[in-house]
Design a protein around this ligand. Sequence first.
Ligand code: BG6
Ligand code: MG
Length: 224
Amino acid sequence: ALQAVIFDLDGVITDTAEYHYIAWKKLGESLDIPFDREFNEQLKGISREKSLARILRLGGKEHVYSAEEKEEFAHRKNEHYVSLLNSLTPEHTYPGIRELLLELQASGIPAVIASASKNAPQILRALELETMFSYVVHPDSVPRGKPAPDLFLRGAEEVGADIEACIGIEDAQAGIEAIKSAGMIAIGIGEEAGLKASGADVVLKDTKQLSLSFLERTLQEHSH
Ligand code: BG6
Ligand code: MG
């Protein structure tokens, strides 16, 4: 039976993946490195520092700036991103998420956050969801980010769940890879092609269909 559900945050619990995109895009343009949504898929699930490195590489500028300048760019992006978070309210929680969390809570199945974001606690507070999660993995507490499995493995460990009885839910290709390399069942949220290619067991176009019975069925059908 299902022992834990390990959620990504940005783009799964709420639409903050879009805010990251807006903030990175603005920084990119200020550095003369424009990019589109397709490139942005490669930034999802990736840490602030690594995302900046990918953008600079896209512009052929990875060796142009000093460490201090790069730090300033990452800081500027985060300031913009955090300012966008100010408008976040509980109504911004994606459809079906609060209901699923209540079902999990009623069944005693822990819900965990495994996000690459250092802003996760602030977002959970703004959505008034912080009490719904048994554990929030801090991205700096594990050696490797996504696509490595570390965040998901730590999440399972913290709530004492067996890996084969965990489901991970992700909107990022790097995140799906992380879940699968942890040995868990992966549900992708978003565009089918990229998420399937990354190894998702099931892909849903949005969070509406997520329910405890759907998760239990998915675990049964995809475990071996
Ligand atoms: C991930 C997002 O959840 O967190 C990435 O998908 C983001 O886009 C990363 O870069 C780090 O977030 P933060 O809030 O620490 O800059
Ligand atoms: Mg995400």
